[in-house]
Design a protein around this ligand. Structure first.
Ligand code: MN
Length: 187
């Protein structure tokens, strides 16, 4: 158990109160790493992308959801690593708890890793809704704190005339590329 990796996660939560996993249970291993995208109605609606890596979930909060086509980069704020059990988590995080609000699973599946470096991650998602090759990279220069990342789609969508994903019609999402305050409590 990479308990050190999850120290920040644990420090922010009271596991007697929140239904979120403490991250101490058994784990199963699959050949392909797994991912989840959770829709999180916290202080501010966002989507949490979590990628299985090094026996924990590398996590990003994406205010405007996963970009469906390669035309736009979207902000993805790096958040603390989560335990693998979080792949299946959905439910109500109680008021007063870190990340209070409703969390639902937007998609889950497996992914292929093409590149996993400090400043560049490239993966192909095999989910129900999320398919395709994506890149993630930090905005700041090397050596700077890198909480602010961008996510972008690298391959063209399979069907350019497809029905837009539901996230696209949510009114909150009209505000793109807005600089967000560095308020970790929102995620
Ligand atoms: Mn969140």
């Amino acid at each position: 158990m990479p308990q050190k990796k999850l120290d920040t996660y644990a420090a922010k939560r009271d596991f007697d109160t929140t239904p979120e996993p403490a991250g101490k249970g058994p784990r199963r291993r699959t050949k392909q790493p797994r991912f989840v995208v959770q829709q999180h109605h916290a202080t501010r609606l966002h989507w949490d992308l979590r990628l299985e890596h090094d026996r924990a979930l590398a996590s990003w909060a994406i205010p405007n959801g996963i970009p469906p086509d390669p035309k736009e980069n979207r902000l993805a704020v790096r958040t603390e690593d989560h335990p693998l059990e979080y792949l299946d988590f959905h439910g109500e995080i109680p008021k007063g708890q870190y990340g209070a609000g409703t969390m639902t699973i937007w998609d889950q599946g497996t992914f292929e890793v093409h590149k996993w470096e400090d400043r560049k991650i490239e993966v192909t998602f095999h989910g129900e809704r999320l398919q395709g090759r994506y890149g993630l990279f930090p905005i700041g220069r090397d050596g700077e704190p890198k909480d602010d990342w961008m996510i972008h789609r690298m391959d063209p969508p399979e069907d350019p005339d497809r029905v837009p994903m539901p996230e696209r019609v949510l009114p909150m999402l009209a505000r793109s590329s807005q600089k967000l305050p560095p308020d970790q409590k929102r995620w």
